[in-house]
Design a protein around this ligand. Structure first.
Ligand code: RUB
Length: 316
């Protein structure tokens, strides 16, 4: 039977679903906090009932968006350290584990930013796609080192997350130029580094990120512009070690065209994939909190961190 989950869990799941909460790292943070909220709200009378509720919450959270592996990874991480013989002990343990996870996430992003910052030189121009907090951490690190930077920011249709990036970069003192997605190639000659984030990294080093990343990477390679992916190790997708592929989320067509006006252009079928896959040969480096890696070598790190056969959080 379906178990009731805490109201706060439903609310966070809804916010992830509607992209009120979005971006892989932010989703991971919210998911860990949701488990803590479930633990706080639980009225379970036995440890096993308490754990069943936590598993149900994990499932509800994972059912929101399929592509960012940081979501199940965050839940796995919190579950891994949960111990206790009584409901009270378990509750406290979930709180501690979630807090520790969120702290580690912050630290990892900061450490990643320092690695990424070292690639950027004073006076460099970057190009961004979508809105990635891991990418912003690299820029922030460079700015803190006293470097002055310019950025071409792609608006990132259909949801224009580029606007969030434009605002964040401006606040850091970066000189921002907003462009439509299809103008990227025209300006690549003026760019020193293309910086993108990731929702998942596959075992072969493929980068799964916002739709349009792969085309940008192919164009960047053609122009000889280095393309760098900033992705904490929480973005490594353990399932790809055992042959699974990363599911690409398809979103509602209303994000692309207003259903009211679609009839005026002959009611075409609309496809709205949210992410795409950039093969490792188009990526120069993956920047993590553990340092910078060529994409082809990321599998070693993945094995070290996850082992061979991770299980789903609700099976723990
Ligand atoms: C966001 C997106 C971001 C990654 C990385 O897609 O593709 O590049 O999630 O973000 P959406 P971060 O807007 O559909 O969630 O570096 O913040 O984890």
């Amino acid at each position: 039977p379906e178990r009731e989950v805490a109201e706060e869990v439903s609310r966070i799941a809804e916010d992830i679903d509607t992209m009120e909460i979005r971006g892989a790292a932010t989703i991971a943070d919210a998911a860990a906090r949701a488990l803590a909220a479930q633990a706080d709200a639980s009225e379970a009378e036995s440890p096993s009932a308490f754990l069943d509720e936590l598993r149900a919450a994990a499932r509800v959270l994972c059912d929101t968006r399929p592509t960012a592996v940081s979501l199940p990874n965050a839940l796995r991480y919190v579950f891994r350290d949960v111990r206790g013989a009584t409901v009270e002990e378990l509750r406290e343990s979930v709180r501690e584990s979630a807090d520790e996870f969120c702290e580690r996430l912050d630290t990892a992003q900061h450490d990643l930013g320092r690695v990424g910052a070292n690639r950027l030189r004073d006076g460099d121009t970057i190009m961004t796609h979508c809105h990635s907090t891991d990418v912003l951490a690299c820029v922030e690190g460079a700015v803190e080192q006293g470097k002055s930077l310019s950025a071409y920011v792609k608006e990132t249709r259909p949801r224009n997350q580029g606007h969030i990036t434009a605002e964040a970069l401006s606040e850091m003192g970066v000189d921002v130029t907003l462009i439509v997605d299809s103008a990227a190639r025209r300006y690549l000659n003026d760019v020193d580094h293309v910086l993108v984030g990731a929702d998942s990294i596959a075992a072969d080093g493929s980068v799964i990120n916002k739709i349009g990343t792969s085309g940008l990477a192919v164009n960047a390679r053609d122009r000889g512009t280095p393309i760098v992916c900033a992705a904490q190790t929480i973005k490594l997708h353990p399932g790809t070690l055992t042959g699974h592929t990363v599911e690409i989320e398809m979103r509602d067509e209303s994000e692309v065209i207003d259903p009211e006006t679609a009839s005026e252009i002959g009611d075409p079928e609309v496809l709205n994939p949210a992410f795409d896959v950039t093969p490792p040969r188009y990526v120069d480096a993956i920047i993590t909190e553990r340092g910078q890696f060529p994409p082809e070598s990321i599998v070693t790190l993945m094995r070290e961190l996850f082992g061979e056969s991770p299980i789903q959080p609700w099976e723990l």
